[in-house]
Write a protein that binds this ligand. Structure first.
Ligand code: NI
Ligand code: MN
Length: 226
């Protein structure tokens, strides 16, 4: 599975010949100025919750690529009302078999509202299980005991966890989250984009390393194979 990081909580995974894009927020992110939005490929766009820093570029990319937007019912309907043709609505706890693998939408402890103030349903995260591998994207969330269920049910190759603190888990809680989901390969996201979530990268890496977990902090535009 080839992962490309686009900054903040936006990344894409190439899986079974499909491009799965998560939480597109590129054009408003000054740290991602060097990323050309038109070059980002997507067959599917998976959206964890309705906040601007997770949906900003979803409509433009969905219209250009014809990608299917996958999220909770309320968010998929909101995009449909904005002219996005392909959507697949889910809700917490449900799974669906797509052509690249199975997606399970799981709970996140956070909030969710669309950029125009519309109701954004409940926030979530995703577990993707395919014949090429299995991974978890937590979305924006606090550390929860429920993450232990993921460790019981899935054998993850990597987990994508927020580490920026203030709006989500910080590094200390993300270390425990990695232990709960039973995964020692973590891609850190949701840090450094704005003042509230600036992190000390070395310190964060050390906290994970102390528990035998690798924290990967990619440069924006960088790829990594998991
Ligand atoms: Ni959020
Ligand atoms: Mn966020």
């Amino acid at each position: 599975m080839k992962v490309t990081y686009y900054g903040h909580a936006c990344f894409s995974v190439e899986l079974c010949a499909k491009h799965i894009l998560f939480d597109p927020f590129v054009s408003p992110n000054p740290l991602a100025e060097h990323i050309a939005l038109d070059d980002i490929q997507a067959d599917y766009i998976l959206i964890s919750h309705g906040h601007e820093d997770h949906v900003a570029d979803a409509k433009v990319i969905a219209k250009r690529t014809g990608a299917t937007v996958v999220s909770n019912f309320e968010i998929v309907n909101w995009f449909a009302s904005k002219g996005v043709e392909n959507g697949h609505p889910m809700n917490i706890g449900g799974s669906w078999q797509f052509d690249f693998g199975t997606v399970k939408y799981v709970n996140a402890v956070h909030s969710s509202v669309m950029p125009d103030g519309s109701y954004g349903g409940n926030p979530g995260g995703f577990i993707i299980d395919s014949k090429e591998g299995c991974f978890y994207f937590a979305g924006d969330t606090a550390l929860t005991m429920d993450m232990q269920l993921i460790g019981r049910q899935f054998n993850l190759d990597f987990a994508v966890l927020p580490i920026g603190d203030n709006f989500t888990m910080g590094a200390d809680d993300a270390v425990i989250a990695a232990e709960f989901v039973g995964c020692n390969q973590v891609l850190g996201v949701h840090y450094d984009t704005f003042g509230y979530i600036k992190v000390d990268r070395e310190e964060a890496m050390r906290k994970f390393q102390d528990k035998g977990i690798s924290l990967h902090l990619l440069e924006i535009g960088q790829n990594k194979e998991f």
